[in-house]
Design a binder for this molecule. Sequence first.
Ligand SMILES: NC(=O)c1ccc[n+]([C@@H]2O[C@H](COP(=O)([O-])OP(=O)(O)OC[C@H]3O[C@@H](n4cnc5c(N)ncnc54)[C@H](O)[C@@H]3O)[C@@H](O)[C@H]2O)c1
Length: 362
Amino acid sequence: MERAKIGVIGCGRISPQYLDNLAQRLQFCLDVVACADIIREAAERRAEEYGIPKVCSVDELLADPEVEIAVNLTVPAAHYEVSMAALAAGKHVYTEKPLAVTREEGKTLIETARSKGLLIGGAPDTFLGAGLQTCRKLIDEGWVGKPISAQAIIATGVHVERYHKIGVGPMFDMGPYYVTALVALLGPVVRATGSAQIPFPTKFNPDTSRPDFGQPFTVDTPTNVSGVLDFESGAVGVVTTTCEVLGYKPRLEIYGSEGILTCNDPNMFGGPVYIERRGGERREVAPTHYWNDRNRGLGVADMAYAIRNGRPMRASGDLMVHVHDIMHAIHDASREGVHVALQSRVDRPEPFPAGFKPDIFA
Ligand SMILES: NC(=O)c1ccc[n+]([C@@H]2O[C@H](COP(=O)([O-])OP(=O)(O)OC[C@H]3O[C@@H](n4cnc5c(N)ncnc54)[C@H](O)[C@@H]3O)[C@@H](O)[C@H]2O)c1
């Protein structure tokens, strides 16, 4: 396949995790030709580390006819503006989560891309990793029978102020990994209800390296959120995200008529997967797929093949919109004391073929 030319916008903390893959492991299908950041030195640093030939402004990157896919790794508040500018310049867009801060902006991005015949999609792409692809294969092969129930929990203790702002918090920051995994495994959600609480309206800055260490701050967004999700398939799942407890406790389990599937942490590309069958013992299942490490960017490779082969991409904008819609619906339901019918819908993304060759995207 002719490699897809990539321009990376936003060269901050997460960018090395992407570039390890985009500019190295996924070089067989991707070619990073330019990078940009409003802080030019940040882009220069990454260009030097990864041998990226061109450092430029965002406008210059988007005006470069060589760039086919703009990878948007800026901060959430800039996602909409940067992605819109990229679409206006005729680029396909792969963005970090969230697609946009509001549901309306997300919808506008999807409609703009569609009207221009461009693809838009983005993170999380952990469901494309070996762990969750193994889980998907087990479900599709009937190892759990009919999926009836599911439980997704990410329970952490995170107390830095920036985590407590609107659009962040444990549901909007970590929820996408867990809710995307649920949709990728069980399909679309039709109805949601939930409870979203702020257990501690005032917290104290725990970062000893900051001048405002120990100072109080106001919690602006729920930090203890649980949703009940009715899937179109008939299964019912529970998703819990909290940053008010001890440690880091991830869990994703699918309970079926014939078995229980314990998935890897959906925030990761790999990790142990277990199956427990009726009358049997709990056994670890060997991975059936290749990508099992820190593989942020798999979704970009899949997008490149989707462009070349004229097929849908897996980590699509429609999937991002549905996941965002589910997370908002949980909050709306809690505020209004009702069940909320989902307005968006997406089919389960196609699974990857099993096997241990890196090039699984074709
Ligand atoms: N850091 C993580 O561990 C992590 C993990 C998963 C996802 N993410 C997501 O990745 C994205 C980036 O996070 P980060 O931690 O790398 O943030 P960061 O602040 O470290 O980096 C963002 C970079 O984008 C640049 N930038 C901001 N606005 C811009 C604009 N309009 N044009 C060009 N450049 C701009 C900033 O100068 C900065 O260098 C966020 O959406 C975040 O949710 C981060």
